[in-house]
Design a protein around this ligand. Structure first.
Ligand code: EZ4
Ligand code: CO
Length: 403
C-alpha cells in the first residue's frame, strides 16, 4: 500500500479545526487532527510545505519509521507546531492501518483493557450559585466526574467561565488577542470555599476536579492543595507553569491533593523528571499535541512504571478526530485514569460524524474500523477558517501574566 495524496483542510464549523486527510493507492483514506488553538495556520503551513511532499509514495504501515523521519529527521525538533503536525500525520496513518485491516484502532495497540472510559465534563458559572447549578445539571446528565470553575468575587472575566456566549470557548475571533485580568490572592481565598460548598451540596461520591491554569507559584500551589485536601479532589490541574519541572517538588512534598499536568506538553522531554520523581498523579498530554499515537503509547508505558496515570486533554478545540484517537489509546493502555470530554456542538458533529456513546459517565469507542470518526469535507468547506486567538492575561496593575 502506498500514500498517493495528503491534504490539509482548515475550517470553522463553530470553531477552527485543521484536518489532514491521507489517501492511499488502495482507496483507504485516513484522517488526523492538526488543530493548535489560535495557531492553526502555523501547523497547516508546516504540514503543507514541509511534510506532505515526503509522505507521497511511502507505505502507511511504516508508522514507526515515518514518525522518526519527521521527528528525528527534522533538525529543529519538538515544539507545539512541529509535534501537532507530526501528530496529525501519525493519527491518519494509524486510521489507515486499522481500516485496511478492518478493525477498530485499539485492537492494534494492545487490544481492549476496558470497555468504557471514565470521562469528566466542565461545569462553570459566573458565581458560586451558578457554578453549583451547572454541576447539578451535569450530574443529572449522568456525569460522575465534573470540573468546577467559577467566577471569583471582585475579578472580571476569568479562565474557564463563559461570558455572554453559551458554551465555553476560550479562543476569541478577531485580529489580536483579548485580555483577561487576574488576582492570585482573591482566587486563593475563594476556591476552597467553592469546594467546601460543593461537597456540602453533592456529598462525597461525585468526583470533583479543578484547573488553576498555570497561575500559581509552587508555594501558592502548595497552599491551595493543602486547603483543598478535606474535599478530596480527583485532581488539581496545572497549578504551576510547568516548563520548570522541579517546581512540582515543593508542591508534591506539601500536599496529598492529586496533581494533573501537561496539556501543553508535546514530548516526553517536557515531563520525564516529574514522571521519574513521581511528582504528579496524572499526565494530561494529548494525542494530537503530543506527536500522535506512536509516542503516546510509549509515554503511557513509561509513566506506568512510576504510578502515573494518563488523563488526556480533550476540550472542544481537540477535534472529534483527535478525541477519537484519545479514546482508542485510553481503551488500550493499562494506566488509564480519566479523559476530558467537553462535547461538541451539532455543527462540529456534522463536520466530524462520530459515535462516542456516552453512558452513565463513561464513553465508549465507536464500533467501526479505524478511528471510527469521519470527515464531512463538503460540510466543513462551507465554513471557512476565522482568525481567532486565545486570551492574554494581566495582573490588575497591568503586569503581563500567565494565561
Ligand atoms: O485552556 O483548550 O483543561 N482544559 C483547558 C482548556 C484549554 C484550552 C486551550 O486551547 O485548560 O480550556
Ligand atoms: Co486545563
Amino acid at each position: 500500500m502506498k500514500i498517493v495524496e495528503a491534504k490539509t483542510y482548515l475550517n470553522c464549523p463553530g470553531r477552527n479545526f485543521l484536518t489532514l486527510e491521507i489517501k492511499t493507492d488502495e482507496g483507504v483514506v485516513g484522517i488526523g487532527d492538526g488543530t493548535l488553538n489560535g495557531r492553526e495556520l502555523a501547523v497547516k503551513s508546516y504540514l503543507d510545505e514541509y511534510c506532505v511532499p515526503s509522505l507521497i509514495g511511502r507505505d502507511p504501515f511504516d508508522t514507526e519509521d515515518i514518525w522518526n523521519y519527521f521527528y528525528r529527521g527534522a533538525y529543529w525538533r519538538r515544539g507545539p507546531v512541529t509535534m501537532t503536525a507530526i501528530g496529525a500525520i501519525d493519527v491518519a496513518l494509524w486510521d489507515i492501518k486499522a481500516k485496511a485491516l478492518g478493525v477498530p484502532l485499539y485492537k492494534l495497540l494492545g487490544g481492549s483493557s476496558r470497555e468504557k472510559m471514565l470521562v469528566y465534563c466542565h461545569a462553570s458559572g459566573r458565581d458560586m450559585d451558578a457554578a453549583l447549578e451547572a454541576v447539578a445539571k451535569k450530574r443529572e446528565m449522568g456525569y460522575r466526574a465534573i470540573r468546577i470553575q467559577s467566577g471569583v468575587p471582585g475579578m472580571e472575566g476569568i479562565y474557564g467561565v463563559p461570558g455572554q456566549k453559551k458554551g465555553y470557548e476560550p479562543a476569541n475571533r478577531g485580529a489580536t488577542p483579548h485580555e483577561e485580568s487576574w488576582d492570585t490572592s482573591k482566587y486563593l481565598n475563594y476556591v476552597p470555599t467553592l469546594f467546601a460548598k460543593a461537597r456540602d451540596v453533592f456529598g462525597q461520591d461525585l468526583h470533583l476536579l479543578h484547573d488553576s491554569h498555570h497561575r500559581l507559584t509552587p508555594n501558592e500551589a502548595a497552599r491551595l492543595g493543602q486547603e483543598l485536601e478535606p474535599y478530596h479532589l480527583f485532581w488539581l490541574e496545572d497549578v504551576v507553569p510547568a516548563e520548570l519541572q522541579e517546581s512540582l517538588r515543593l508542591v508534591r512534598q506539601k500536599t496529598t491533593t492529586p496533581l494533573a499536568i501537561g496539556e501543553i506538553f508535546n514530548s516526553v522531554y517536557d515531563c520525564q523528571a516529574m514522571i521519574v520523581e513521581q511528582l504528579i498523579d496524572y499526565l494530561r498530554m494529548t494525542v494530537s499535541h503530543g506527536g500522535g499515537i506512536t509516542p503516546m503509547m510509549k509515554i503511557a508505558a513509561f509513566a506506568a512504571i512510576y504510578h502515573v496515570k494518563i488523563g488526556m486533554h480533550g476540550p472542544s478545540d481537540v477535534s472529534p478526530v483527535a478525541l477519537g484517537a484519545c479514546l482508542q489509546v485510553s481503551r488500550a493502555i493499562n494506566n488509564f485514569g480519566i479523559l476530558e470530554f467537553m462535547g461538541y456542538t451539532e455543527e462540529m458533529s456534522e463536520a466530524f460524524p462520530h459515535d462516542f456513546r456516552f453512558e452513565e459517565g463513561y464513553l465508549k469507542t465507536p464500533d467501526k474500523p479505524g478511528l471510527g470518526v469521519e470527515f464531512n469535507r463538503e460540510y466543513a468547506e462551507k465554513h471557512p477558517c476565522q482568525k481567532a486567538f486565545l486570551p492574554v492575561n494581566r495582573l490588575e496593575d497591568g503586569t503581563m501574566f500567565h494565561w
